[in-house]
Write a protein that binds this ligand. Structure first.
Ligand code: ATP
Ligand code: MG
Length: 366
């Protein structure tokens, strides 16, 4: 899967610009604030998702423009398709594929991408929410049933939380509490099986990548953590359900007192360790960046195993904080599929990569 060509009009700081990418490595370099991330953002939007930088499409439109468009030739499963996105102020985005109107969601079937941006360092250094999001996003893309399950869980969680917060003022609410808890336990059981299986595949794929990336120095391990009463997260859903329900029952009084849901998969985590030590507490900046990137690359391997094709890999600003050897890995040894890498290095970087180098200056690309 790859983006062959992309044409931007009135998009962010691009007035009119067209780029033809290489099928393998593309390095997009230039000083700060020239349009490197904007270009990556345009490619990411072709997947139909929201921007990784804003929820508001209007921010994508150039300051002096009435509309913005992205026109791209995308090659997937051996066929070339033309995708066009049009953003107009105060209107919904318009999407066409080969001239026919489509929904944004339908673009996911045309192109997929794995993105690494500086915020992804949160994956290693921050709380569990970022790691749950990684699992949820990836599994939802691979297994549509999971997205529905997650939506059900979130609805039940909201309802139960409202009861736990308000039951003192309105004791009649308690009548529905156990029903919501039971629903949550049933959803939890199914989600745990999905997450455990995904985490296992991710761990298997990430370990060899990280070992090579770190020059053989570091062993990366990922361990899925869920409700403590669950003895085997791959067991049949009925068994897991009983164990989650037991945990809930044991915490019923504590939940009423705390006014919040204390048990369930909204507390799950994916422990990341380097050489047996928790990365969250002990990894250096460079190690954290390497680990986060290894996990993203592992995600890409899982996608390829499922779909037969590598998603487009978008790496925003990954090179900073990496030493020469780790930079070399990113520039030359990721392999397979198309990669777009932005960096602040000057054009001399062409001596360090076999990929094609594009220099970006004030919304123009050379
Ligand atoms: P850095 O190395 O600092 O990450 P970059 O090359 O990635 O820089 P971008 O994030 O692509 O920089 O942004 C380039 C410029 O685009 C910024 O100066 C920003 O102000 C400008 N910009 C952002 N949105 C718009 C817009 N809607 N219209 C016009 N210019 C915009
Ligand atoms: Mg940038």
């Amino acid at each position: 899967m790859r983006v062959e060509r992309i044409a931007l009009s009135g998009f962010r700081n691009y007035d009119e610009e067209t780029v033809t990418f290489e099928p393998a490595v593309n390095v997009i370099c230039g000083p700060n604030a020239q349009g490197k991330t904007n270009l990556l953002e345009a490619v990411y939007l072709l997947t139909g998702a929201h921007s990784f930088r804003t929820r508001f499409d209007r921010e994508l439109i150039g300051f002096d423009c009435a509309w913005a468009s992205i026109l791209a030739d995308v090659e997937a499963a051996g066929r070339s398709q033309t995708v066009r996105l049009l953003f107009q102020k105060g209107q919904r985005r318009q999407v066409t594929v080969n001239g026919a109107k489509r929904t944004s969601a339908a673009l996911a079937g045309v192109m997929t991408a794995v993105l690494f941006c500086p915020d992804d360092l949160h994956l290693v250094k921050e709380g569990a929410a970022a790691r749950r999001r990684l699992m949820d996003n990836a599994i939802s893309q691979l297994r549509p049933g999971y997205a529905a399950l997650l939506a059900d869980y979130n609805k039940l969680y909201e309802n139960k939380t409202r009861i736990l917060k308000d039951w003192r003022e309105k004791p009649s609410l308690l009548a529905a509490l156990d029903e919501f808890s039971d629903g949550l336990a049933r959803c939890s059981a199914r989600m745990i099986r999905y997450r455990a299986s995904f985490a296992e595949r991710l761990a298997e794929a990430a370990a060899p990548i990280h070992r090579e990336f770190s020059g053989g120095k570091e062993a990366l391990s990922l361990t899925y953590r869920t409700v403590s009463t669950v003895t085997d997260p791959r067991a049949p859903a009925e068994d897991i359900y009983a164990q989650v329900a037991a945990h809930q029952a044991a915490h019923r009084q504590a939940e009423l007192e705390a006014g919040q849901c204390l048990t369930g998969v909204h507390k799950d985590d994916l422990d990341i360790a380097l050489n047996g030590v928790t990365a969250r507490s002990f990894a250096s900046q460079g190690q954290a960046r390497t680990a986060a990137l290894s996990i993203k690359l592992a995600e890409r391997e899982i996608f390829r195993a499922e779909t037969g094709e590598y998603p487009v890999l978008l790496l925003d600003d990954v090179l900073s904080e990496l030493d020469g050897a780790r930079q070399e890995f990113v520039l030359n040894r990721i392999g397979g599929g198309q990669t777009l890498i932005t960096c602040c290095e000057d054009e001399d970087i062409s001596r360090r990569t076999g990929g094609r180098v594009f220099a970006v200056k004030e919304g123009r690309i050379r």
